[in-house]
Design a protein around this ligand. Structure first.
Ligand SMILES: Cc1cc2nc3c(=O)[nH]c(=O)nc-3n(C[C@H](O)[C@H](O)[C@H](O)COP(=O)(O)OP(=O)(O)OC[C@H]3O[C@@H](n4cnc5c(N)ncnc54)[C@H](O)[C@@H]3O)c2cc1C
Length: 494
């Protein structure tokens, strides 16, 4: 989209200020006017200086109190970690800081159901697809240099509470060959991973029961876990200080212009161009249409529903428009357990081939654990209640088999969260849909979206502003694969 600038709405306040400065310089008015003008110049300058400070109320938008702006160049639906990361990278683009009006719309100020804050905070390089490995490597670099990106002058440095600790994957006889293939892909992509035989595994982690384990892989660098809230808040604060506007409201629909296109099969398709995003204000029936040039669908588990608002997935059977964006909420339980004689400080993020995982949670003998249910046993998604029987029946037996010390654990807490689950192939969906010319998708990360968010944000900003990927080629994640029904399967999904 090389001509993106043409699409965007009116000039920013900075540009207006610069223009008025030029007028002032060439003014030939008298002394009285000169001082009047000088005063207003100072006022404008003070506003500009205040705007550069974190936490400022300055905004390039014309605002009615309590309502979102009437227009924005880019509306991002969803203020989770993916949405804010995209906003951050958009503002990092050359010239964009002043020229680009970016609005992030978030329906839930408390983030009570957002995947971001209910996640386990893990980052790993041990994926089967090169693109996923590269994304996580780039994100890890971002996280390690977080203060170069998100640090703010006169503020305490950002502390993600990053716990550098490798992921330890265990494979059975049946899955060992997949682990070896993945290992080769990971090494080729630059990830530092080693394979361990059962005896090497036992030597390094004596608390593991190696029964049934044929092979293990362990990450030596760029893996571990961190605090998702800290990342989300740091992204929000920094990005708002760069002029991005945050609005709490729900996107409930879009107003579009429609044109018709014909496929090679002679099928007539309605192609939409979004003109306005309708935002409903919290606890009210008041709506504000926001005129916009580009919309980003970063609504996490709700992204499939946002696509439906544009008719995607609702067309007649067999037509392109009948294929939905296959992202839906899937409930996952996380249990907090206490076990004083458990594996201890050097616990990695262990992923057993049975599906169970655990990692240390702080100090003092606490761990978090869980596993994904079978497809046929997916829990009810109408609430975030925790199923404690699932722990007793499914999780604990597997956990105690792998680490006998866990026979003596006590459950001290639990929570549930929604995966932004891509039912088609459990991978991110990044790019545009042919039936909506100006919506970009960044969704469906299915359990690895937190760790990939820094690199995904950069990739989506490249797509929007540069018209293509510049740093990592993520074209494999395009919407096209869904329309062509060609899944891109990731074999290391938890
Ligand atoms: C239990 C659990 C464990 C996980 N563990 C990990 C892990 O270890 N590592 C990892 O990388 N990932 C993990 N994940 C996955 C990760 O949390 C997600 O992939 C990631 O947070 C997705 O971010 P997001 O911004 O797309 O979604 P969200 O954080 O869900 O943000 C989307 C936002 O959009 C808002 N929204 C939705 N609809 C609208 C609308 N109509 N209008 C306005 N706003 C709207 C929502 O309120 C929400 O805040 C885990 C997830 C869960 C549930």
């Amino acid at each position: 989209m090389a001509t993106w600038r043409k699409l965007f709405t009116s000039m920013s306040a900075f540009r207006a200020l610069n223009a008025s400065c030029r007028t002032f310089k060439s003014s030939s008015r008298g002394e009285k006017d000169f001082f009047k003008d000088l005063e207003s110049q100072f006022r404008a300058f003070r506003e500009k200086a205040a705007a550069a400070m974190p936490g400022s109320d300055w905004s390039p938008f014309e605002l009615t109190p309590g309502l979102p702006p009437e227009r924005a160049d880019i509306v991002i639906v969803g203020g989770g970690v993916v949405g804010w990361s995209i906003a951050y990278w958009l503002k990092r683009k050359e010239g964009a800081r002043d020229a680009l009006k970016v609005l992030v719309v978030e329906k839930d100020p408390s983030y009570s159901q957002a995947s971001t804050v209910l996640s386990c905070g893990g980052i790993r390089q041990q994926f089967s697809l090169k693109e996923n490995i590269l994304l996580s490597l780039a994100s890890s670099d971002f996280l390690k240099n977080i203060n170069d990106h998100l640090g703010m002058i006169n503020e305490d440095p950002v502390d993600l509470q990053f716990n550098h600790s490798g992921y330890l994957f265990l494979a059975s006889e049946k899955s060992a060959h997949i682990m070896e293939e993945n290992y080769r892909t990971q090494r080729e992509a630059g990830a530092k991973v080693v394979l361990l035989s059962p005896s090497q595994l036992k030597e390094r982690f004596p608390w593991v029961n190696t029964d049934g384990v044929a092979l293990a892989s362990f990450g030596l660098e760029n893996e571990g876990w961190f605090d998702p809230w800290s990342l989300l808040n740091a992204l929000r604060r920094k990005t708002m200080s760069m002029g991005v506007y945050q609005c709490f409201g729900e996107v409930t629909g879009f107003r579009c212009s429609i044109s018709t296109a014909e496929t090679t099969d002679g099928e007539l398709l309605n192609v939409r161009r979004i003109k306005y995003a309708d935002v409903r204000m919290p606890n009210s029936l008041e709506y504000q249409p926001v005129e916009c040039a580009v919309v980003v669908n970063a609504a996490g588990a709700n992204s499939g529903k946002i696509a439906e608002m544009l008719g995607i997935g609702l067309g007649p059977k067999q037509s392109v428009s009948s294929i939905p964006i296959p992202v839906e909420p899937r409930k996952r339980f996380v249990y907090v357990v206490h076990c004083p004689d458990g594996p201890g400080l050097e616990t990695p993020f262990l992923i057993d081939y049975s599906g169970v995982y655990f990692r240390r949670e702080g100090l003092g003998g606490n761990y978090i654990t869980g596993m994904s249910p079978e497809e046929m046993e997916e829990p009810d998604i109408s609430n975030l209640d925790v199923d404690h029987e699932f722990f007793q029946d499914k999780v604990w037996p597997r956990l105690a088999h792998r680490v006998p010390a866990f026979e003596r654990l006590k459950v001290s807490g639990a929570w549930a969260g929604f995966y932004d689950y891509n039912t088609f192939d459990q991978n991110g969906i990044i790019g545009q849909h042919p039936l909506v010319t100006n919506m970009y998708f960044a969704t469906g990360f299915s359990g690895h979206g937190l760790q990939q968010s820094p690199a995904v944000g950069r990739a989506v900003a490249e797509l929007i502003v540069d018209g293509g990927f510049k740093t990592i080629d993520l074209s494999a994640f395009d919407v096209k694969r869904i329309l062509l029904q060609e899944p891109l399967l990731e074999r290391n999904i938890l």
